[in-house]
Design a binder for this molecule. Structure first.
Ligand SMILES: *[C@@H]1O[C@H](CO)[C@@H](O)[C@H](O)[C@H]1NC(C)=O
Ligand SMILES: *[C@@H]1O[C@H](CO)[C@@H](O)[C@H](O)[C@H]1NC(C)=O
Ligand SMILES: *[C@@H]1O[C@H](CO)[C@@H](O)[C@H](O)[C@H]1NC(C)=O
Ligand SMILES: *[C@@H]1O[C@H](CO)[C@@H](O)[C@H](O)[C@H]1NC(C)=O
Length: 138
């Protein structure tokens, strides 16, 4: 009798357990798919700090790029990720240095882009970049 009760209890609970497991799996999958890569998030923040040090603009630079682990870096402005892998594939960083004096040119260190394993498309036009430092990576 006791066994019978616990069995019917179990059979009533089982669909709920299955549903919860399914929901958890779905959540993990969705979460995994959109999550940006931590190394690339840190890389973007370092890149922002570097660009900020070089630019003379008065309005905030890349305000959505914030150092918060809950912030989804694939949805930051000017960043495009591969929706399957979550890797950054495109960075559009043109025209960030427009206000600088015409003579002021600057160099960009290649190693800043090393965290981005799948970067295919990088736009740094109209920034008066005179060249690259180092040639590791590309
Ligand atoms: C981001 O925040 C973490 C913890 O607050 C800190 O250790 C790290 O140096 C910060 N990174 C940048 C690029 O600001
Ligand atoms: C910003 O612009 C001023 C004058 O336009 C210039 O003297 C200064 O060196 C610039 N600063 C940077 C960080 O480019
Ligand atoms: C995303 O990554 C997958 C796996 O590497 C690749 O097959 C796909 O072509 C990539 N998509 C884009 C838009 O780059
Ligand atoms: C580029 O940056 C890396 C890491 O910050 C540094 O070790 C390297 O010396 C830099 N290269 C040049 C040419 O400045």
């Amino acid at each position: 009798m006791k066994l019978g009760v616990s069995q019917s209890y179990l059979s009533m609970e089982w669909p709920l357990v299955k549903f919860l497991l399914w929901a958890l799996l779905l959540f993990v999958q969705i979460h995994e798919r959109i999550a940006c890569i931590e190394d690339e998030r840190m890389g973007l923040l370092e890149l922002k700090a570097f660009l900020k040090s070089k630019t003379n603009r008065t309005e905030p630079l890349l305000p959505t790029w914030i150092n918060d682990t809950k912030s989804e870096c694939c949805s930051w402005e000017q960043v495009r990720c591969n929706t399957t892998t979550g890797h950054v594939i495109k960075l559009t960083l043109s025209n960030i240095n427009q206000e600088q004096n015409y003579e002021d040119t600057w160099y960009i260190n290649m190693s800043l882009f090393q965290p981005f394993k799948e970067l295919r498309n990088l736009d740094l036009s109209n920034n008066r970049i005179a060249g690259w430092l180092g040639n590791e990576g590309m």
